[in-house]
Design a protein around this ligand. Structure first.
Ligand SMILES: O=P(O)(O)OC[C@H]1O[C@](O)(COP(=O)(O)O)[C@@H](O)[C@@H]1O
Ligand SMILES: [Mg+2]
Ligand SMILES: [Mg+2]
Length: 321
């Protein structure tokens, strides 16, 4: 039995003892979040909090519970310079001078699905604090600089997936031991898959290239009779795409011409995992991991999936293949 912490420390001794603390903070927080989700109906934490986050989105009670769990579990750890959350306007600095790592996260992804008992998750990205830069510069690094990208899906099983740049590994929370145990060694995304995943209600407001692309998938242009799947929890839609192949898209829309999903704590960690698994992640035209972030809550169009579907997308929307 190999646990998540043991796996990372064995594969990446260069990350140092402080990184072990970051890992134990991440697993502690996700176990707290999973326990709250499992008993949400009993403890009355379903529903809206009655407040908005910095992005003007209605916060759910569980968004706040999950954010508190991440802040408490990671903030007290040696090695953490700052935490950046979807739910907080500004970074929260802890050991800004001594801490080596910055953890950026979406504490609970898929909020709109919480009350109906559909899979939700936590997405995280870890950067090194730059020795000679400000905290802001350390936070606003390109996705290629990530030390680790990962997520936890709270589904029928609680599953953690991570990459630190040498492949993708999956772990399942073992209720008996309370540990995330290695269950998916060296995960590889199929080269082509049976599903496309997109909120088609927005189709009429997508740029033309995206409309033509989805129409091409629907009419057998890639030689497969696709099925559509859309959960509306990015983390769960991504997890399926990683395991089964295909493509997930959140194109620009009339309402959100710059895209909906957030670069630092949604797109970047998942793009890192996708590439490490043999897939691709772009805005349609540009590689996600090479975008220079300008602000912490920046949004981006996000397209991720198998090589075959992604190359066809690049061709349809005029990007670099
Ligand atoms: O409802 P839409 O517009 O299809 O958007 C769904 C997307 O929004 C999100 O719920 C946004 O995440 P949060 O719940 O963390 O705000 C993604 O998980 C999902 O992919
Ligand atoms: Mg999210
Ligand atoms: Mg969220």
């Amino acid at each position: 039995m190999i646990t998540f912490e043991e796996h990372v420390v064995r594969q990446h001794p260069e990350l140092g003892a402080e990184f072990g603390w970051v890992l134990s903070g991440l697993t502690l927080a996700s176990k707290k979040i999973e326990a709250q989700i499992r008993s949400a109906g009993l403890s009355g934490v379903y529903g809206a909090q009655g407040s908005e986050n910095v992005q003007g989105e209605a916060q759910q009670k569980l968004d706040v519970v999950a954010n508190d769990a991440m802040m408490e579990s990671l903030g007290s750890r040696a090695g953490v310079a700052a935490l950046v959350s979807e739910e907080d306007e500004a970074p929260v600095a802890f050991d800004a001078d001594g801490g080596k790592y910055i953890v950026i996260f979406d504490p609970l992804d898929g909020s709109s699905n919480i009350d109906v008992n559909v899979n939700v998750g936590t997405i995280f990205s870890v950067h090194r604090r730059l020795a000679d830069g400000s905290l802001d510069a350390s936070i606003l690094q390109e996705g290629t600089k990530q030390v680790m990208g990962g997520y936890v899906v709270y589904g029928p099983s609680t599953v953690l997936v991570y990459t630190a740049g040498d492949g993708v590994y999956g772990f399942t929370l073992d209720a008996a031991s309370g540990a995330f145990v290695l269950t998916n060694e060296a995960m590889v995304m199929p080269e082509q898959g049976p599903y496309y995943s997109v909120n088609e209600a927005n189709a009429v407001t997508w740029p033309e290239g995206f409309q033509a692309y989805v129409e091409m998938l629907r009419t057998g242009g890639l030689g497969i009779a696709y099925s559509s799947r859309y959960i509306g929890s990015l983390v769960a839609d991504f997890h399926r795409t990683l395991l089964k192949g295909g493509v997930f898209l959140y194109p620009p829309t009339k309402k959100q011409p710059g895209g909906k999903l957030r670069l630092l704590y949604e797109a970047n960690p998942l793009a890192f995992i996708a590439e490490q698994a043999g897939g691709m992640a772009t805005t349609g035209t540009d590689r996600i991991l090479e975008i220079q972030p300008g602000k912490i809550h920046q949004r981006t169009p996000f397209c991720v999936g198998s090589k075959r579907e992604m190359e066809a997308l690049q061709a349809a929307v005029g990007g670099k293949a």
